[in-house]
Structures are given as C-alpha cells and as structure tokens.
Design a protein around this ligand. Sequence first.
Ligand code: VGL
Ligand code: ZN
Length: 201
Amino acid sequence: MRPSDEALIVIDVQNDFCPGGALAVAEGDLIIPRINALMKEFQTVVLTQDWHPADHSSFAANHPGAQAFSTMQMPYGPQTLWPVHCVQGTKGAEFHADLRTDPAHLVIRKGFRAAIDSYSALFENDRVTPTGLEGYLRARGISKLTLVGLATDYCVAFSALDSAKGFDVTVLQGACRAIDLDGSLAAQQAAMQAAGVHLQD
Ligand code: VGL
Ligand code: ZN
C-alpha cells in the first residue's frame, strides 16, 4: 500500500474517449485493467469526469462554419474545437463500464460551464479558476500524485503541469493514451519534463 500522502488521479476514462466514442482515443480502453489494479495500491483515488453542457463553447458544432480540431481564440486564450463529446447525462459521458468506480473517494466533474473548457483537473482553461481538487488534496495532506487516463497530451498533461507547481507528480504513460494532434504528444511530454513531472512507463 502507498503511504497516505499519495493519491491516484484517474483522468476522464469515459465512453466518448474510448473506441466507438465521439472523441475516441486509440486504445483508450486498453489502459483500464492496469488502472483498476493501481486503485488497490492507493489510499486516495480520485476520478475526473469531462462533463459538458450541450451548448459548450469547445464544440465545433456550436460555431457555425468551424471545423473540429481547428483552433479558436477565446477570451482566455486559444482553444481547440472538438467534436461534441461528454455531454452531461449521456452514455458518452459515463465512465467506461470496465473502469472500477467503487474504489473512488471523489469524482470531480469539469468543463461544465459553457463559456470555458477545463482540461486540467485543477484549473479551468483560463488557468486561474480552481476546480477545488487542489484544496481537497491539500486538506487531506496529500503531496504526491500519480496521474493516469485520457488523454495524455490534453487532460492528463494539463493536470500534470498545473499540479507540478505544488505536488510531486508522476505520469504513468503506459496507463494513458494520447490524441496526438499536430505533434501535441511530443510537445506536452517535453513541457511535462521541463516542469519536473516524472514520466514513467
Ligand atoms: C479531453 C479534449 C476535450 C481529454 C477532454 O480528456 O483529454 N480532450 N475534452
Ligand atoms: Zn471535453
């Protein structure tokens, strides 16, 4: 068992990010058995859930003429436009049926405000609006995080980069899969390394 100052953070293992989903990440479902096994090692397990309203501003369909996977300037900075995914209350937003959810102590939803996306589990995409997860972890005396889930180069990387400012962070890349848009995986791996995130298999 890991010591009580460690937490496992499982990012967005939801149907829409798995094969057959609206924003499917290749092999997204293959990581689930390892994540289920990892949960047994940690005294604190947190799941994140991408949880968008249908009118979310990150959906290309909500910007007439805009293409999915293009970039749009938002008041808080550049934002990739995505296919409609993880809409609140839909099957696509549910956790994958094989993911064990009973061991989770906290499920934190993010991206539920139409005007702003939230890749990171700690801050929305303006990088200043907190989700509250940092306070939860601090209040429980947690200082070391292990991150797994989907997608390596978006929600996992943003979560790792934010949390590396105040936590000791390890990303288990073998328990993650990437979207890899225009070299985003290599770019985010470099950014995580520069931020002091431990990248392990
Ligand atoms: C994610 C794109 C849009 C992720 C979420 O979980 O990595 N990526 N929403
Ligand atoms: Zn999303």
